[in-house]
Design a protein around this ligand. Structure first.
Ligand SMILES: [Zn+2]
Ligand SMILES: [Zn+2]
Length: 384
């Protein structure tokens, strides 16, 4: 049995990995697969009702299998490693689509100042989690993080239905390496607006966590667990938000909120705003805005996107020099994430914020804004 489970690990181990990293990958993925639902399915049942041939057994096995597909992105890792299917994975997209529909619940649940504020604050906190930690920390090592707080913000980011931090960081590093080429997974100039905005995240071929790009994080078990079971977090978060509203309904009626109202405003709407604000960086921020740096990709600086994403909208800056903790390169380019990171560094919650060398800031400026794609040096600096 162990052999069967273990054989499923082989395809996910990058062939070029060092012996040490291969052992890390083997250990953690082996450990978690042994507690996996897949393991339960492979057990030989001894209870007559659940005989291997019985219809009840088949039903339960099928049910567990489908639930596994919802909540575990690596569940079918063995099949996916040889699966060349491309396009939208509609089955796994159902919860994401339902969350969009849930926003229309506003019509029935009404509103209250408390619910609206909850929505805004939960959006801002999770946007910070995604921008500061999913992006600048896990993807680029732009600062050093306290392990507890890094996990905390990664957990909040996971509740925004953008999958796990390692899945996210791997996809993003891939983007920097192949931005606006045929290999880019979400380029609007190659694949069109809708694919670059939302289609790619729903695609079958992008479900797998590309661990070959994030080997530096595999030694942290809490991140591997969070990444592997990231599908559970939005479910738990949704329940917590509902219960919070329900408790307030009974114990603080002056707030005029309840479980359903808080679920719609504080979870569904807040999460959808967070998701689409993030997605605009991949789509609109490679289409509209100004270009300061002469890069081979179409990244732009967009002041409006910088508002919604707390600073990430200065995307042309970021593609020019991804290593720094800041995306706004001049004082007038507001970068809320960087301001908060600076304050957190005073408290020693984060340290070693990587700065922007002046000579890099002044290098490779674009001469002609009309060229949508530059002919200059491209990405000249490393990603991490
Ligand atoms: Zn980009
Ligand atoms: Zn980046």
């Amino acid at each position: 049995m162990c052999g069967t489970i273990y054989s499923g690990l082989v395809p996910v181990i990058p062939p070029h990995g060092s012996e040490k990293s291969r052992k890390n990958i083997n250990f953690w993925h082996g450990f978690f697969l042994k507690s996996d639902l897949y393991f339960l399915c492979s057990l030989k049942p001894t209870i007559p009702l659940f005989s291997q041939e019985g219809s009840m057994f088949k039903f339960v096995k099928t049910f567990i299998s489908y639930m596994g597909r919802y909540f575990n992105p690596d569940y079918h890792i063995e099949a996916e490693s040889v699966n060349t299917t491309k396009g939208i994975d509609w089955f796994n997209t159902i919860p994401f689509l339902l969350l969009h529909l849930g926003c229309f619940g506003i019509i029935w649940v009404g509103w209250s100042p408390f619910a609206v504020w909850f929505c805004v604050i939960f959006y801002l906190v999770r946007m910070f989690g995604i921008s500061a930690f999913y992006h600048r920390y896990f993807s680029h090592h732009a600062f050093k993080g306290n392990r507890f707080f890094s996990f905390f913000f990664a957990l909040l980011g996971t509740s925004a239905i953008q999958k796990g931090p390692l899945w996210w960081a791997a996809i993003h590093r891939h983007h920097h390496m192949y931005a606006d080429t045929e290999k880019d997974l979400h380029s609007p100039v190659i694949s069109g607006f809708w694919w670059s905005h939302i289609g790619w995240i729903m695609a079958t071929e992008n479900r797998r966590t590309r661990i070959e790009y994030i080997k530096d994080w595999l030694k942290f078990p809490e991140l591997v667990i969070l990444d592997k079971y990231s599908g559970f977090i939005p479910l738990i978060m949704g329940l917590l938000v509902y219960w919070t509203g329900d408790i307030l309904y009974h114990h603080a009626p002056q707030l005029h909120t309840n479980g359903w109202q808080l679920l719609v405003w504080g979870f569904a709407l807040s999460t959808i705003i967070t998701s689409h604000a993030t997605f605009t960086i991949n789509s609109l921020d490679h289409m509209y805005g100004s270009r300061r740096y002469n890069l081979t990709n179409t990244s732009r600086n967009n002041w409006l996107m910088a508002i919604f994403t707390l600073g990430e909208g200065w995307h042309n800056n970021h593609h020019h020099y991804p290593l720094t903790a800041r995306a706004g390169f001049y004082w007038w380019e507001y970068d809320i994430v960087y301001y908060i990171l600076t304050m957190l560094s005073w408290l020693r919650i984060v340290t070693d914020l990587k700065q922007l060398p002046v000579e890099i800031r002044e290098d490779n400026h674009v001469q002609n804004q009309n060229n949508s794609r530059g002919t200059g040096k491209g990405n000249v600096t490393p990603l991490i």
